[in-house]
Design a binder for this molecule. Structure first.
Ligand code: PHE
Length: 340
């Protein structure tokens, strides 16, 4: 093969090369130890001595040409690979941003937060207590001695004779009063989970939440309680709502009331419909005494509500289990609230 043809063959082959590996193979084919040019060099021994330098020079020229050309081609391949990568990763900063899927706040938590904020704005602080509670705080300190019949009102999950899952948030009252060591004022709300032995259905759950409220100070009266509850209900459900108090019984409050909220016909006094919404009363003197307060000097009110019930009324939710079963279709109905 003459040298001109070798160059042509190289030029034809190199045109087809797309990647570095094939380019390397091409280098081996032409410049390698067993490559085309090495083979041709071997033919030099058959030439006349005076022809050899000319032949050698021509071979070296073509070697150099191929070598340089291979280097250039390699660099081009590298450059175009980088350019392709850059192009594929290009960020168009003018494109509209993707909307993040943030999810939503569970309506139960929304209600709890709303109530917390409302009371914080009235100068209350938020207190918490343990969910595994002692019999002493869950019952005895709340004027429910052992064997008191009112314990039946709250079927409990006992862990030992003295330990149980708290059945109400009222034990936090007793804990906070003890902490205050007989000196007021106390203004707290206590949100948290409570447990009762109920069979779960649309309106019962063995675990639910309560928010307890407690105010203890000098000269606290029943009208303070009523005014506070009225403000709470109107803030949650609207200015047109009315409340009605019915006498009731709780061992730790005296007098005790059940509080109803008007639910329809608000403008027609005779025909208003009422729904029970929370329990409340004036802190029983025994409870004050046991927690280190002098009932001659201090008085207080307490109330307890179920945020599930409030959320169910507020958002028209018919099944209490919806709050806990994490059905995404239920939760999604509240997701747009995230951006408000
Ligand atoms: N702890 C009571 C209950 O669970 C509610 C309540 C709290 C009533 C505070 C009066 C005062 O039923």
């Amino acid at each position: 093969m003459n040298l001109e043809n070798i160059k042509k063959e190289y030029e034809n082959l190199v045109k087809e090369i797309q990647d570095e590996k094939s380019l390397y193979d091409l280098r081996v084919k032409f410049l390698g130890k067993k490559g085309v040019l090495t083979e041709i060099m071997k033919g030099a021994k058959d030439l006349l001595p005076e022809e050899r330098p000319v032949f050698g020079k021509a071979i070296n020229e073509i070697k150099e040409f191929i070598n340089n050309h291979l280097e250039e081609t390699k660099q081009k391949l590298i450059d175009s690979a980088i350019n392709a990568k850059l192009a594929s990763e290009e960020i168009d900063v003018t494109l509209p941003a993707k909307k993040e899927n943030l999810g939503g706040i569970n309506p139960l938590n929304k209600v709890i937060e709303e109530i917390e904020e409302l009371f914080i704005s009235m100068g209350y602080s938020v207190a918490e207590g343990p969910e595994v509670e002692t019999d002493k705080f869950n019952f005895e300190m709340l004027n429910l001695p052992k064997n008191h019949p009112a314990r039946d009102m709250q079927d409990s999950f006992y862990i030992t004779n003295e330990l149980l899952m708290r059945t109400q948030t009222s034990p936090v009252q007793a804990r906070e009063m003890l902490k205050a060591e007989g000196r007021g004022p106390i203004k707290i709300i206590c949100p948290g989970k409570v447990y009762r032995r109920d069979n779960d259905d649309a309106t019962h759950s063995h675990q639910f939440t309560q928010i307890e409220g407690l105010v203890v100070d000098k000269n606290i009266t029943f009208s303070d309680l009523k005014g506070t509850l009225e403000y709470l209900i109107k803030s949650l459900f609207g200015e047109n709502k009315k409340i009605r108090l019915r006498p009731s019984f709780f061992p730790f409050t005296e007098p005790s009331v059940e509080v109803d909220i008007s639910w329809g016909n608000e403008d027609d006094e005779e025909n208003i419909k009422w729904l029970e919404i929370l329990g409340a009363g004036m802190v029983h003197p025994n409870v004050l005494k046991m927690a280190g307060f002098n009932p001659e000097e201090y008085s207080g009110f307490a109330f307890g509500m179920g945020p599930e019930r409030i959320a169910m009324l507020k958002y028209g939710i018919s099944d209490i289990r919806s709050f806990y079963t994490n059905d995404i279709r239920f939760l999604e109905q509240f997701s747009s609230d995230r951006n408000d």
